[in-house]
Design a protein around this ligand. Structure first.
Ligand code: HEC
Length: 109
């Protein structure tokens, strides 16, 4: 019983280190990887507004970012592909995309 409790305490203490998707992480990743083309507010620039992308499923969003395929079309080569995620191959890729999408939902482009 004590051991179980210790396990929980360790888990709670470690959880910030685990990749839990959050809008705050998404903001950092978006600013570093996307804002240059899609604008700080995601309303568009070189790339289009991400208003519709904010409403896609997590799987659709991931496919767009890794393969350049949206529910509607294949994106031009101007839009980079991010098969290794948004942190130079480090960390959990799925959580990184989910974080960016959480941030987009908050931005409401
Ligand atoms: C070098 C500029 C550039 C960067 C950096 C960039 N994009 Fe794009 N993105 C584009 C362009 C240009 C398009 C439109 C391509 C087309 O329509 O063929 C696009 C299209 C998209 C679309 C499809 C939108 C739609 O509704 O069809 C999504 C989603 C998207 N980008 C997300 C992102 C995210 C998230 C990042 C950061 C991880 C990012 N982009 C980084 C240029 C960029």
């Amino acid at each position: 019983m004590k051991r179980l409790l210790l396990g929980w305490v360790a888990l709670v203490l470690l959880s910030p280190a685990l990749a839990v998707p959050s809008a705050a992480t998404g903001k950092t990743l978006y600013t570093q990887n996307c804002a240059g083309c899609h604008g700080a507010n995601a309303k568009g620039g070189v790339g289009p507004s991400l208003k519709s992308a904010a409403t896609w499923t997590a799987a659709q969003f991931k496919t767009a970012l890794t393969q350049g395929k949206t529910p509607k079309k294949t994106l031009s080569a101007v839009m980079p592909r991010f098969p290794k995620g948004l942190a130079g191959g480090k960390g959990k890729v799925d959580e990184q995309f989910q974080s960016v999408q959480l941030y987009l939902k908050k931005l409401k482009p």
